[in-house]
Design a protein around this ligand. Structure first.
Ligand code: GLN
Length: 262
């Protein structure tokens, strides 16, 4: 057995003992992320202490890209890839796109990658997370913009009426359900990225109310919600005067409300 193989097995053993189900896969990613043995030891200790793997290795896989994340950042979920696929099918010709409640800006980064001519805007209230958004969007230079602030208040006024595609993963967990979330989320992701108020949809109502002012004629807003909350999210977008519908992918338990500015 080679020395490298022994190391790999030792890493797997430590991860498995700490309860990591996908110990082999995680071992590979941790080894790749560590510049040397000492650093690897530190990464394994963090992971065994319960930090999300993505925070430890510094990136999350999303739509085939590596999105930079770290401590204090909401980790992009695989289920949110469904929103991206839906947005790309609707907005092939989008010239202006906006990722609101962007976190590390996985949506904006994928759209910048797939729509080479689009101007890409992303905003979040949390400076810790916009720092990651800036990192992820840096490769796209002057056509990508990151703002900090409370929903639409973060945006330059010149964007009003110009957004072809507005994509949102706002916090939508009801406050009372936070306690039932996995420890990795509860203990390591910002509460403000998860907690959507009493019924989880405080932000959805505010985003719906503001959307018509910022969307271009015929522009679309896509917002992630849950199956149980979809009708309430839908009603908020209809109440704002948008033509709205629900789309779902049962395989990945993804639910998205699409609103269109008439
Ligand atoms: N239920 C979602 C998740 O943890 C909540 C994400 C969110 O509030 N945006 O995946």
């Amino acid at each position: 057995m080679t020395a490298a193989a022994t190391d790999f097995d030792a890493v797997v053993t430590r991860l498995r003992a700490a309860g990591c189900v996908f110990a082999e896969e995680e071992a590979e990613l941790l080894i790749e992320a560590a510049p040397d043995a000492r650093a690897l030891d530190g990464l394994i200790a963090r992971r065994c202490g319960g930090e999300p793997l993505e925070h430890v290795v510094g990136w999350a896989a999303f739509c085939g890209l590596r999105i930079a994340v770290g401590p204090g950042v909401f980790v992009p979920r695989r289920r949110s890839e469904f929103l991206m696929e839906t947005a790309l099918a609707l907005g092939r010709d989008a010239g202006v796109v906006l990722d609101l409640c962007c976190g590390a800006a996985p949506f904006a980064t994928v759209l910048a990658d797939r729509l080479p001519d689009a101007a890409v805007h992303a905003a979040d209230i949390d400076a810790g997370q916009t720092a990651y958004a800036r990192r992820n969007l840096a490769p796209f230079g002057g056509r990508a913009h990151v703002y900090e602030g409370d929903l639409y208040a973060a945006l330059p006024k010149a964007l009003r009426g110009t957004v072809d595609l507005l994509v949102v993963n706002a916090p939508y967990v009801p406050t009372s359900a936070i306690a039932t979330m996995p420890a990795e989320a509860r203990a390591h992701e910002p509460l403000a990225s998860l907690d959507g108020g009493p019924d989880g949809l405080d932000l959805h109502r505010r985003i719906a109310a503001g959307a018509p002012e910022w969307l271009a004629p015929g522009g679309h807003v896509l917002i992630e919600t849950s199956d149980a909350q979809a009708e309430t999210t839908l009603a908020a977008f209809q109440g704002a005067g948008l033509k709205a519908s629900i789309v779902e992918d049962d395989d990945v338990e993804a639910t998205v409300v699409i609103g269109t500015e008439p």
